[in-house]
Write a protein that binds this ligand. Structure first.
Ligand SMILES: Cc1cc2nc3c(=O)[nH]c(=O)nc-3n(C[C@H](O)[C@H](O)[C@H](O)COP(=O)(O)OP(=O)(O)OC[C@H]3O[C@@H](n4cnc5c(N)ncnc54)[C@H](O)[C@@H]3O)c2cc1C
Length: 460
């Protein structure tokens, strides 16, 4: 069997794998990157980028429909899905070409094919053996379903939802997490009747309860139906419709059922267990430096339990490359990874929820700044609020340990929010900084003014 040697062999060319490859090559290591589908992985081809393009088209549709609210005569003549898909695919193609060029320019050996982890230092691809001083596992995730719920026909996952050729009239979205509410938002903007079904008591259940309440209020205003705290019991489809049954005894009829119940680690059949890698519930077990139990074998991205986000994969990829190159990078604080849900309105957060902060620190104090007091948000006609969670009570104020925001475009505010959390800033530190007027960013500054005890455009 032909054998190839490199400093680093990476299995999986998604966000985590390719970021690791790019940084390792930058640091002078020879790198083999094995990818069985398309370089860029889920994020570029099936996830972040195509869905955000759909959400942008949805925003344009809403603007056309609502022009008269600001005195602009406009109306929405319809959604041309072929046009939407061409726009979306154009964005993906451009980024894909750019990424391919980048990988080539760093002299990374990209091997096209399905690899298998056959030994602690080797991956086999189509009869060739790639031996690395170090091996990184980055095989990503797949769309989960529920027992007895088969994907096909009118029952789809996000993989099919990003490429629909027509807007369905009625959609049931199973799962009120990030992916579910983003698609619910797109479908509604495109004119569909939407019902989200979530087994837990609230939408976006991983977020602070405050975000769920704000989002639910906004979804009600937008006419997006949702049923929380109710379990799905089954679905059956005919030529004309899909019927979704709930534990409450209710049946919901729709044209499509989108299953968005989370993503499972892509670890089965990869050779991991056979080679002796420690696993837990299908995820690869790692320590805080992303080392598996086998020497010189690392794992990162969606196959490692935790937040399944592209920028976590990027950060972990860079971390592992630097670790291998002997740079001793700083361990990643999972809570310091920013989280954005790009529905309308957006939900953005970093750090701890109030409940988590109470559990960790005991005393906490919070402030909620309503976007009603923010000029830019009023111009954009968005509603929502920013909640800050601070360690310690009012007499002994500590740093800000959680930021939670809901409103149009608040995802763009997460950059400053993550600096505040990750740099252990106090409310006074941020209150002293000047935020431009009128921006939505100003609301972030005002929230800190309020937390520092000197509210400006807010009731004290
Ligand atoms: C609908 C949707 C929307 C999303 N939106 C966002 C968002 O807005 N922001 C965000 O941060 N995250 C988002 N995500 C999550 C994000 O896409 C993932 O967290 C990210 O892609 C994980 O990167 P990864 O490298 O771990 O895995 P992946 O991107 O899944 O890459 C793994 C790669 O490994 C390859 N592979 C697997 N097995 C083998 C093998 N045996 N041989 C060779 N190659 C193999 C796969 O083909 C794949 O390309 C979204 C996900 C979805 C599904």
């Amino acid at each position: 069997m032909p054998e190839h040697n490199a400093d680093l062999v990476i299995l999986g060319g998604g966000s985590g794998g390719y970021a690791c490859a790019l940084r390792a090559a930058e640091l002078g290591l020879s790198v083999v990157l094995v990818e069985r589908d398309k370089l860029g992985g889920t994020c570029l081809h099936w996830g972040c980028i195509p869905t955000k393009a759909l959400l942008h088209a949805a925003e344009v549709a809403d603007a056309a429909r609502d022009g008269d609210k600001v005195g602009v005569k406009s109306s929405l003549a319809g959604i041309d899905m072929a046009g939407v898909n061409a726009y979306k695919d154009g964005v993906v193609t451009k980024l894909y070409k750019g990424l391919q060029g980048l990988v080539k320019s760093r002299k990374i050996e990209l091997v096209a094919g399905a690899g298998r982890f056959v030994a602690p230092n080797a991956v086999e691809v189509d009869g060739d053996r790639y031996v690395g001083e170090h091996v990184v596992l980055a095989t990503g995730s797949y769309a989960r379903s529920l027992p007895g719920l088969e994907i096909g026909g009118r029952i789809i996952t996000s993989n099919e939802a990003i490429g629909l050729d027509a807007v369905p009239e009625r959609v049931v979205v199973l799962g009120g997490g990030v992916i579910g509410v983003e698609f619910a938002s797109v479908f509604r903007s495109f004119g569909a009747q939407v019902t989200v079904v979530e087994a837990l008591p609230r939408l976006v259940p991983a977020e602070d309860e405050f975000c769920s309440k704000q989002l639910e209020r906004a979804f009600r205003r937008r006419g997006i139906g949702f049923k929380t705290g109710v379990k799905f019991t089954g679905a059956r489809q005919s030529e004309y419709a899909v019927t979704v049954s709930l534990e409450s005894g209710e049946d919901l009829e729709a044209d499509l059922l989108l299953v968005a119940v989370g993503r499972g680690p892509n670890t089965a059949g990869q050779g991991f267990e056979e080679a002796g890698i420690g696993m837990e519930r299908g995820f690869v077990q790692v320590d805080e430096r992303l080392r598996t139990n086998l020497d010189n074998v690392y794992a990162l991205g969606d196959i490692v339990a935790g937040l399944q986000l592209a920028h976590r994969g990027f950060a972990q990829g860079i971390f592992v490359a630097e670790q291998i190159a002997g740079l001793d990078p700083v361990v990643i604080d999972e809570a310091g990874i920013p989280r954005v849900t790009y529905c309308e309105p957006e939900v953005a957060s970093v750090g701890l929820t109030e409940a988590e902060a109470k559990e960790r620190y005991g005393a906490v104090s919070t402030v909620v700044y309503d976007l009603a007091g923010n000029g830019r948000s009023q111009i954009l006609q968005t509603q929502g609020a920013i909640k800050l969670v601070r360690q310690g009570g009012p007499d002994e104020p500590g740093p800000v340990v959680g930021v939670h925001m809901v409103g149009a475009r608040v995802g763009e505010l997460i950059g400053e929010a993550q600096l505040v959390y990750n740099w252990d800033a106090y409310a006074d530190d941020v209150a002293a900084l000047i935020h431009a007027h009128p921006t939505q960013n100003e609301a972030f500054g005002e929230a800190h003014l309020a937390l520092a005890g000197k509210p400006l455009h807010a009731h004290g």
